[in-house]
Design a protein around this ligand. Structure first.
Ligand SMILES: [Zn+2]
Length: 266
């Protein structure tokens, strides 16, 4: 009996370990069950640029059509990031309103982006198409935060101005997290990848780098161990105006906010 009692916990532990390893090899790419609802939200989030969708295509106002599904359901997590289709952007639900904490393996809501759609909306920075849409806005004027350039496409600059106005009213001890900003527009790839960062579209903001935690900087860890110093009050202000937070990602980037209202809208 003694032995039997020991067997069960050990089997459980082995199962848990196998489960964790198995997750890393999960296959991605199947459309989420609520895909029609997600597509409706995508259209509503970017009405300036997207006309609508049918079962198979997303239709832009300029006539361009993107296939919603590439039919693949066998992507590794790396392929999900590198070769997503439109439905893959919704593979993981953004946990709006929840207490932040260690996310499950590879749960990175918002980190999967169908690049041709974002290039079609914001332009290709390598062809000088993004910079011409940048608007300069004041940042925390009551705290002399200077000014920043952000895209005016999709109303992003106006949304960020609204964020700035609300942050400006926060108690003084919270201002250090959002001033100075670490950056907005930057025509670059995501570190270690060939993928365009949301900064390359002028639609992302990094807050004060001094208080950030970033999974790529945590050396020597086999898997990212979630850390965060950013007060949730700041996160909620950004979310209210359409920006998602990189602190909700398994591959966390806690200074990072990007304009992705399709993931926030209910
Ligand atoms: Zn960033």
């Amino acid at each position: 009996m003694q032995g039997k009692r020991l067997v069960l916990p050990i089997a459980l532990i082995i199962n848990m370990l196998l489960g964790a390893a198995g997750n890393a090899q999960d296959r991605y790419g199947a459309a989420p069950q609520n895909i029609k609802e997600s597509m409706d939200r995508l259209v509503r989030a970017y009405t300036d640029k997207i006309r609508g969708h049918d079962n198979d295509f997303l239709i832009l106002r300029n006539g361009v059509k993107f296939q919603i599904s590439d039919g693949r359901t066998d992507k590794t997590f790396e392929k999900l990031l590198e070769e997503p289709d439109i439905d893959d952007m919704f593979y993981s639900r953004y946990p709006l309103g929840t207490e932040p904490g260690q996310p499950a393996i590879n749960v990175d809501p918002g980190r999967v982006r169908f690049e041709p759609l974002f290039v079609a909306m914001y332009g290709d920075c390598n062809k000088n198409e993004v910079a011409k849409n940048l608007r300069t806005i004041p940042w925390l004027p009551k705290h002399a935060g200077g000014s920043i350039a952000i895209t005016a496409v999709n109303g992003v600059a106006s949304a960020l101005e609204a964020v700035s106005r609300e942050l400006d009213e926060l108690p003084g001890n919270l201002i250090k997290y959002v001033k100075p900003l670490a950056g907005t527009y930057n025509c670059r790839k995501i570190a270690g990848t060939n993928l365009k960062s949301m900064h390359a579209y002028g639609a992302a903001v990094d807050i004060n780098i001094r208080y950030t935690n970033y999974w790529q900087w945590a050396k020597g860890e086999q898997e990212p161990v979630w850390r965060n110093q950013i007060p949730i009050k700041i996160v909620r202000i950004f979310e209210k105006h359409g920006f998602i937070w990189g602190g909700y990602w398994y591959h966390y980037d806690t200074m990072h906010f990007e304009y992705r209202p399709e993931l926030i809208a209910q």
